[in-house]
Structures are given as C-alpha cells and as structure tokens.
Design a binder for this molecule. Structure first.
Ligand SMILES: [Ca+2]
Ligand SMILES: [Ca+2]
Ligand SMILES: [Ca+2]
Ligand SMILES: [Ca+2]
Length: 433
C-alpha cells in the first residue's frame, strides 16, 4: 500500500463530494415493534445495539434484545424472557469492548433498574441495581470499569419524581443510592450521564415531565452539585458530551430548535448556539457523541416539516447543515449515534407504522467513516489515497479538488495537524478496511 501511495503522489482531481455519505442497511424487520435502540460501534467497527421488542401494543410482551453485525449480517440475543415489561434499554462498551446493558423492568406499577454485561464472553446474571420504584436509566463506564447509573424515581402520586445516581463494580457491587435532585414539589425527568476523561460524572435532566428548566450537575468536588447553565425556558431531551480536553457540551431542544452550549473548562457555560432552525422538528435524540478531535455529532428523527432521519456533524468550519439519512413519511422513532476511536461512525434508527393490523417498528443502521475518508464517500479505500496525499502536501489543492470535504479527516493521529505522522495510521486504516 505504501508503494501505491507514492505512485499517486502526483494526484488526480476528483469530483466534489458531499461532506458525509452514509450507507444504510436493514437491521431488523420482523413485524414486531422494535424501538428504541441504543447503539455503540466498537474498535473493530462492529455495531452493537440493544432494543426493546414488543408484539403490537401488548406491554406484557416487552423484552430486551441485543444484536451485533460481527458476523457480517446481524445476529440477535434475547436478554429477557418473561411476562412483564422491560423498557428503555441503554448500551455501552467498556475499554475491552465488552457489552454492558441497563434497562428498567416492572410488574404493574412498580419498576426497577436492572443491568447485565457479557464480560467473560456471554451475558451473565441480570442484576438488580435498585429495588422497586425507579425507571428510565442511563449509564456510562469509567476508566476503572465502574458503571455509573442515573435514573428517575417513580413515587406514588402526589409525590414528585427525583433523579437518582448509583454505581456498580465487580469488586464493590452496587454503591450508595444518591438523590441528586431532591425536590419534593417538582418532578425531574430524562437524566443522561457522561463521564469525562478524569472520570468526573456529568449529569443533565429537565424539570417537569413535559419539559422545563435544564439542570446540569457534576461531581467534580466529590459530591454532585448543580452548575447554572443560564438556560431558561422549556427544555427537552438534554444530552451531555465530554471531549478529551474535558469540555462539556449540552445539546437540548426548545420547541423546534436544537441548541448546544459549552463549558470549555472555565466552569461557565457560554451562550447557546442554535443548530437547527426552521424546517426540522428534532425529536427522540439519543447518544450525541464527540470524536477524538472534539468534533460533535448528533442524529435525530423529524416528524414535521422535513420528515425523516437526519445527522448533524461538526467540521473544521462549524456544524454542517442537516445530512439526510432517510427521508421517511413513516413515523420516525429515533436515532442513536456512536463513533469509535478510528472514526467509524454508526447510528441506528427506527421507523414504524401499522402492518397487518399490528403496530410495528423496523431498525436500520447507517454508517460512515469520519477520518481517513478523503473523498467523502463513506468508506476508506484506495480512492482516498489521492486525497490523503493532497491534504498532506498541498492543502489548497485538496480544498480545490474536494471543496465539500474536510482536509482534517487526514489527521488520523488526532493531534490537530495533518503531517507525515498520519501516513502510517492512514495506511493501517486502508489495509484494515
Ligand atoms: Ca418481558
Ligand atoms: Ca423532585
Ligand atoms: Ca473514501
Ligand atoms: Ca495528525
């Protein structure tokens, strides 16, 4: 491959390409209602997803299923098998690409948080992380392998929900249950947690069940404490992402507008930046992610105006316009986006409707290559050699040849520069693709 690189140094001029090109494949279409998904792509580019499967609208049939495409096609493992509901599954990979899954399960009006992993090769015991009275779990895994969970309480009316936090590790088991919102007269909903490079936990949620104030807390001091984001108004669906420098970004929706606000390390969030205004109505956002250079990506479904599933990406010149992954007049049910350390980005999404009298939802996967893909066709192949060499030796020539593609994609060492140090990782990616 290095010989080919040298031969093509002279370069050819390629046609302009779109900034991001996705390949879209079916994951599952079995007539069941398979929704939502939570998805991560591992270091080998294998996509792992967890989802809820239900027959029509019968909640007693709700089960958690896991799938991956390691074999080239999708294979599935049933995680739960009983007559009660399991819902809201979330999936993460640890540093060894083991799969960790959490969800809530319930009988009539009580729910609890449960967790399982496949450390050791196959899925083991499903553990209770809480007793009854908790729903809607999210989690992340720290550098020591401890799992950090956040979830909502589900008190009997007229008591109001709170946001709780706990941990689990193989050595210590389940940690203390901590009420981090602790408000008796207001409800809090939809917590998300992400850990920073220093293992500090960053949690966001909103007040009132239908959208309220944005609340952000971290445990940098050793205990959770709120940090004022300055965001007022009716916030929904907040998600934090934390990059390698510790910068915290919070994506959230207000009405039809998707915003992002950042704390680059000063402890203060900057003014919110609107990312989507107008034709889209973002909904059902799960799993905003950040890459090794601090660039952020988000997938979302839109069910009014521009209908379908869309993708937003940050490049060296700011956030892209929404990239259409699938235009769909079906009910667009959500998107979960993930990126690995080699720049492989995958997102799952679901569309639904009624078929043969039953409500159904099918799962798709869309994937692209963020780094090394120098002609923006979604993959790394010999077609990228010319672009890589131009980005390395003649950035102006690259910009002229690929006006809609980003020369920074050649920075495969993630140090912010395109240099000779990027040649070997590029060749490795090419040979490994
Ligand atoms: Ca079940
Ligand atoms: Ca409360
Ligand atoms: Ca390519
Ligand atoms: Ca570099």
């Amino acid at each position: 491959m290095r010989a080919i690189l040298v031969v093509l140094v002279a370069g050819m001029v390629a046609a302009a390409q779109a900034q991001f090109t996705f390949s879209v494949d079916d994951v599952l279409d079995d007539g069941f209602f398979n929704n939502p998904t939570s998805t991560r792509v591992d270091r080998s580019g294998v996509v792992h997803t967890v989802f809820m499967k239900q027959f029509d609208t019968d909640s007693s049939t709700k089960e958690i299923w896991y799938g991956n495409n390691a074999a080239g096609s999708w294979t599935f493992t049933r995680i739960t098998n009983n007559a009660v509901r399991e819902e809201f599954p979330a999936l993460h990979l640890d540093d060894a690409d083991n799969v960790h899954i959490a969800f809530h399960t319930g009988v009539t009006t009580t729910n609890k948080i449960r967790y399982v992993n496949n450390v050791g090769g196959s899925f083991g015991e499903i553990r209770d992380i809480t007793g009854p009275g908790f729903v809607v779990v999210e989690f992340d895994i720290d550098s020591q392998g401890t799992v950090h969970f956040v979830f909502e309480s589900q008190p009997a009316f007229p008591a109001r929900s709170d946001i709780f936090y706990t941990t689990w590790s193989p050595m210590s088991g389940t940690g203390p249950l901590v009420n981090i919102s602790n408000t008796a007269t207001t409800s809090e909903a939809r917590p998300f947690i992400r850990l920073g490079p220093d293992d500090v936990a960053h949690v966001v949620y909103f007040t009132n069940l239908l959208g309220g104030a944005l609340v952000y807390q971290n445990n940098r001091s050793g205990a959770f404490a709120p940090v004022n984001t300055g965001i007022a108004g009716s916030v929904q669906d907040p998600i934090p992402v934390v990059d390698r420098t510790g910068r915290v970004s919070i994506f959230y929706c207000q009405g039809d507008i998707l915003y992002v606000t950042d704390d680059a390390g000063s402890g203060t969030f900057g003014p919110a930046e609107p990312l989507l205004v107008g034709a889209w109505r973002p909904a059902f956002i799960e799993g905003a992610v950040v890459d090794p250079l601090g660039r952020r990506y988000i997938g979302f479904a839109s069910n009014s105006g521009q209908r379908g599933v869309y993708f937003l990406a940050e490049t060296s010149s700011g956030f892209s316009a929404p990239v259409e992954i699938l235009a769909s007049d079906a009910t667009n049910l959500g998107a979960s986006v993930s990126i690995n350390d080699h720049g492989r980005l995958a997102l799952t999404f679901q569309t639904g409707g009624v078929r043969d009298g039953n409500v159904f939802a099918k799962i798709f996967v869309a994937s692209t290559q963020v780094y090394g893909d120098m002609n923006c066709d979604g993959v790394i192949s010999v077609g990228d050699i010319n672009g890589f060499v131009l980005a390395l030796t003649d950035p102006d020539g690259y910009a002229a040849a690929f006006p809609d593609c980003d020369a920074a994609r050649a920075d495969l060492t993630f140090d912010g520069n395109v240099s000779v140090a990027d040649i070997n990782p590029f060749v490795d990616a090419l040979v490994g693709s």
